[in-house]
Design a protein around this ligand. Structure first.
Ligand code: TEU
Ligand code: CA
Length: 555
């Protein structure tokens, strides 16, 4: 079947259901809450939703620990609610992308419960159980959330592998039965009408069956034995052949530590594996060694270099994803040199800068109104398992609490998980009950209702941007060219397709910056498509004001 590559011209909106909209006032967002807000998503103009996990789960990692892949989490509703949700989405021409978390299950999944009790269980080999060595753990691998990657299992006097929390045991794909189970789960959801999957940590699923000792590393000791592992491409091709492609399902693979040389092996269309990737290199420009808690000063030149590299090297080869936020990252406003004093300008500039690149754009809930990092006061305000674990582990390592807390306030995943700010009523209109996590105090000034009313709001800017991008051949297919490469404050790029151009100019500083139009554009007919200041007149030479962004069309 010829693939319909609809995702190349789609804006995708990520919903983190726990914090989106609570319909029954228990303080937790849910599926009926999502249904209530579908008209809002149509108003925004998006084409698809990526829904973070809603499967049955004990919520050690907010749904990224699944105990039943074929049913819905009690907090969120029922399978019937879900069926109503997808049909209401489809009625509005909104596609649904589900989160597919198949690197690990919950320790409360039936498979694991049976496996951990009995060495002869047929499920034993679904996971990695190993004996300790001389009273020590089976190897030196470390977890993504800090600490080592093994948990002792008293029932069978051995250990099991978990790259994330100890309630997320890793599945063993060296056992072909695991693959069969997973394919059947995927097909189950495809039968129910799902349009695609965001594949959680998919590049980690092929692990060396011998689990050899890892080389020393600042983080993720052992990664050379599972990152882009030996059989990963066979596995993905098999999933493509026996599941995704049969339903024309779109896929986006989360790929931690991905580099531009390896990415094509996953996303070249003729390889029939994944359609696109979420990469992290641009998210790591303000840290050291890809470890987000090792904070590093932001420099625009580093960001430009990374974005340009991915634009150039993937052109005609594979498809990028464009994002600045998700449920694992702090909010973008206040990051990348933007300042809260210039809130609206900064939000609009960041959106302009990222969404005219080539790839599928993603908006994370709340980003479209410029929601900010959580205003957490003490450690008790934090709920995220990663945050709490990092605190514990780094305390053990003797790192001063003041340093860790500073890093946590800035970088904790909870920053993006505060409830969606719908209006200025109590609890931001998210819930009438007590929200599961603290709501930001600024909801009285930053909320959807006010953004709808104000024609200059961040939200209305996003709507305009989305409508400009839609069906625009230059944005979809155009070649990327970077200008002003050495400039420390300006990011300037153009896109060209069939002799038509789009030029995007962004000022990443709170100072005026001089801009002179490049000669090649000077005698062309021009039109300003989008700008975050009103009075945009001159194009040949002008001063860009703080956080100013402009998009021009030339022919
Ligand atoms: O995240 C994968 C991942 O590598 C994270 O550790 C990420 O780097 C980190 O959160 C940044 O702080 C995915 C999900 O997006 C995340 O929410 C899950 O916790 C994780 O997988 C385990 O399923
Ligand atoms: Ca609820």
């Amino acid at each position: 079947m010829e693939r319909n590559r609809w995702y190349k011209d789609a804006f995708i909106y990520q919903i983190y259901p726990r914090s989106f909209k609570d319909s029954n006032d228990d303080g937790i967002g849910d599926i009926k809450g999502i249904i209530e807000k579908l008209d809002y998503l149509s108003f925004l103009g998006i084409d698809a939703v990526w829904l973070s996990p809603v499967y049955k789960s004990p919520n050690d990692d907010n749904g990224y620990d699944i105990s039943d892949y074929r049913d819905i989490m009690d907090d969120f509703g029922t399978l019937d609610d879900w069926k109503l949700m997808i049909s209401e989405m489809h009625k509005r021409n909104i596609r649904l992308i589900m989160d597919l978390v198949i690197n690990h299950t919950s320790d409360e999944h039936e498979w694991f419960k049976k496996a951990r009790k009995d060495v002869n269980s047929p499920y034993r080999n679904y996971y990695f159980f190993r004996k300790g060595i001389n009273g020590k753990k089976p190897n030196n691998w470390t977890s993504f959330f800090g600490g080592d990657a093994w948990e002792y299992n008293p029932d069978t006097d051995d250990y099991y592998l978990h790259l994330f929390t100890k309630k997320q045991p890793d599945l063993n794909y060296n056992n072909p039965k695991v693959m069969e189970e997973i394919k059947s789960i995927i097909n189950y959801w495809l039968e129910l009408g799902v349009d695609g999957f965001r594949c959680d940590v998919i590049t980690l699923i092929s692990k060396d069956k011998d689990l050899p000792k890892g080389k020393w590393n600042v983080a993720l000791v052992g990664k050379e034995h599972y990152l882009n592992g030996k059989h990963i491409h066979e596995y993905l091709h098999e999933l493509y052949r026996d599941a995704f492609s049969k339903y024309n399902a779109m896929t986006v693979g989360e790929s931690v530590l991905m580099d531009v040389e390896t990415a094509p092996y996953y996303v070249k269309e003729e390889r029939e594996e994944l359609d696109s990737l979420f990469t992290f290199e641009h998210m790591d420009v303000d840290n050291f060694f890809g470890v987000k808690y090792l904070m590093r000063k932001f420099k625009l030149k580093r960001l430009k270099k990374v974005l340009s590299k991915w634009q150039d090297k993937m052109y005609g080869i594979g498809w990028n994803s464009l994002y600045l936020e998700n449920h694992d990252q702090p909010r973008s406003i206040g990051r990348f040199n933007t300042k809260l004093e210039y809130h609206d300008l900064g939000c609009k500039m960041l959106a302009t800068m990222i969404y005219f690149l080539q790839g599928t754009p993603y908006i994370y809930q709340g980003q479209e109104i410029g929601m900010t990092n959580g205003d957490f006061k003490t450690i008790e305000d934090f709920k995220d398992t990663e945050t709490l674990n990092i605190l514990k582990v780094s305390r053990k390592m003797g790192i001063p609490k003041s340093y860790i807390m500073k890093a946590i306030f800035k970088r904790s995943r909870d920053n993006a998980r505060t409830p969606m700010q719908w209006d200025n009523s109590a609890n931001a209109g998210f819930s009438k009950g007590t929200p599961w996590i603290k709501i930001n105090d600024n909801y009285k000034s930053i909320n959807v209702q006010d953004n709808i009313k104000n024609k200059n709001s961040v939200l209305n800017y996003y709507r305009k941007l989305i409508s400009i991008r839609k069906n625009n051949d230059i944005v979809i297919n155009g070649k990327y060219v970077e200008h002003y490469k050495q400039d420390k404050n300006l990011y300037v790029y153009s896109r060209v397709y069939n002799d038509k151009y789009i030029l995007v100019i962004s000022n990443f500083s709170d100072k005026n910056q001089k801009f002179d139009l490049m000669d090649e554009f000077k005698n062309k007919k021009s039109e300003c498509l989008l700008a975050n200041y009103d009075d945009v007149v001159d194009i040949n030479s002008f001063l860009l004001r703080p956080y100013e962004a402009r998009v021009y069309y030339f022919e």
